[in-house]
Design a protein around this ligand. Structure first.
Ligand SMILES: [Zn+2]
Length: 236
């Protein structure tokens, strides 16, 4: 079985703290075979990771976390920025035109600064004949979303929409949480992962959960330390 973490942020995200090489090194160390860098409305870090990946012995799927008008949306297998701020279904169709697929991250989760898709938005997209071929997964586990209610909500959504693939992700904004949520799939490569998502055969792996206070404390410290690197990444 292969292991993937399809939701990781770098300093190219306004709230990320880790450099691209550090993420690749850590991802390999924790046993991941495939990762996606999904910075907020930014593709540069992901493309850089895609180029550097062979040196680190890991496979990278280029991607981005798009801020749609209805909440966050992960786009994978895309190599271009997708315009933020547009309705969900239109955004999903743009991702499809760019050759990508979509995953609903931390669906219905509420939290500070968190913009999650609602149950209605997701169900509407899954009932749309074209969009439902592109939105093929939901995060039923997100290691950064420490919200028990959300876990219950995603389970009920899954029961209602059994044709959607389950994904587990870290949503890491710091190195230490990479791989704490992951997706198991048959095979080890990105194409095999895509097949598993399309066949809905993926499974979620939950990592040992560090306390929210520890995550927040480490993030705050790293956020300050990484400020010069983030500025350099934003204005290369
Ligand atoms: Zn995220």
């Amino acid at each position: 079985m292969g292991l993937a973490d399809l939701h990781i942020h770098t300093i190219y995200s306004y709230d990320g703290t880790a450099s691209v090489p550090a993420v690749l090194k850590r991802a390999r160390e924790v046993g991941l075979d495939v990762i996606a860098i999904t910075d907020h409305d930014e593709i540069k870090g992901s493309l850089k990771a895609f180029d550097l990946a062979p040196k680190f012995g890991i496979e990278v799927i280029p991607g981005v976390e798009i801020t749609t008008a209805e909440g966050d949306l992960l786009a994978l297998f895309v190599t271009e920025k997708i315009e933020p701020g547009l309705p969900l279904i239109g955004t999903i169709m743009m991702v499809g035109e760019a050759g990508g697929i979509c995953i609903a991250p931390h669906p219905m989760a509420r939290g500070v600064g968190m913009k999650s898709l609602s149950r209605d938005s997701i169900i509407q997209a899954l009932r749309h004949p074209q969009a439902s071929r592109i939105l093929i997964g939901i995060e039923t586990y997100n290691a950064t979303t420490l919200d028990r209610e959300n876990r219950h909500n995603t389970q009920t959504l899954l029961e209602e929409c059994p044709r959607i693939a389950e994904v587990g992700s870290s949503d890491a904004h710091i190195l230490q949480t990479i791989g704490l949520g992951a997706t198991e799939f048959s095979g080890y490569s990105a194409p095999e992962l895509l097949d598993a998502l399309c066949l809905r055969t993926t499974q979620v792996r939950r990592g040992a959960q560090p306390g929210s206070a520890r995550i927040l404390g480490t993030w705050a410290l790293n956020y300050v330390i990484s400020a010069p690197a983030r500025i350099a990444a934003a204005y290369p």
